[in-house]
Ligand binder design. Structure first.
Ligand code: ADP
Length: 236
């Protein structure tokens, strides 16, 4: 194995561009945060950027909140504009993990255009496949840190101190859209919209499916294994 292909050891090949796809609750956010740290990549979560806009009360946040609170997708135009601005920032050059985008085929096509203009392309798409009972259990117990964004779970990953973040001491909260009714809407929207994006990457032979019902640590090890295989494979 080449030294530079070992995760965590820096080298040109570590500058990967990875997309995490999968239903809400599959663990995209949790896995993306760990992966970003291990592989020294920038984590870009469209959900996190939208929630920051909502809490700051920006124009975008005001427009997005009515869709987010119902579990609907924020219109492509708004999200795409937001993502294009995010791609202006220099940290994107060190490689990235995209979580929450694309959610449909139009967004997948737009992403390729945004990347092409910057001489970049996606290396690998990991599809995290989770079943509905697991998704509901995960999302209804999910806790998020209001300061650093770390993710906990009331049962699966409880914080050491009640409602306090282990990492930074910030207070934990439950996301407004993590209610059973909204979760079911998010799942329905996901099933309807995401098939096109999944096929798009299947056709490009970039899609790798993983069982995301497994424990977080197993899933992360499986993703890392995929990145090692990718870095060791000959590039055409
Ligand atoms: P989840 O995938 O668990 O639903 P996210 O944090 O990724 O959570 O997204 C939360 C909400 O933000 C979505 O329900 C949707 O309203 C909005 N959102 C996030 N990313 C996108 C996107 N790429 N396109 C449209 N809406 C988005």
């Amino acid at each position: 194995m080449k030294a530079s292909s070992v995760p965590g050891v820096s080298g040109a090949e570590d500058k990967m561009r990875i997309i995490l796809l999968g239903p809400p609750g599959a663990g995209k956010g949790t896995q993306a945060k760990v992966l970003a740290e291990k592989l020294k990549l920038t984590h870009i979560s469209t959900g996190d950027i939208l929630r920051q806009n909502v809490s700051k009360g920006t124009q975008l946040g005001k427009q997005a909140i009515e869709f987010m609170s119902k579990g609907l997708l924020v219109p492509d135009e708004l999200v795409t504009k937001m993502l294009t601005q995010r791609f202006e920032q220099p940290d994107v050059r060190q490689g990235f993990i995209l979580d929450g985008f694309p959610r449909n085929i139009r967004q997948a096509q737009t992403l390729d255009e945004i990347l092409k203009q910057r001489n970049m392309s996606i290396d690998m798409v990991v599809y995290l496949d989770a079943s509905e009972p697991v998704i509901i259990q995960r999302l209804t117990g999910r806790l998020v840190c209001s300061a650093c964004g770390a993710i906990f779970h009331t049962k699966n990953m409880p914080p050491k101190k009640d409602m306090i973040c282990d990492n930074c001491g910030g207070s934990l909260y439950q996301r407004a859209d993590d209610q059973v009714k909204t979760i079911k809407n998010r799942l329905a929207v996901y099933q309807k919209e995401s098939a096109g994006a999944i096929q798009y990457y299947e056709k490009q032979k970039k899609l790798h499916r993983l069982d995301a019902d497994e424990e977080a640590e197993t899933v992360i090890n499986n993703i890392i294994h995929l990145t090692v295989q990718y870095n060791d494979s000959p590039k055409v």
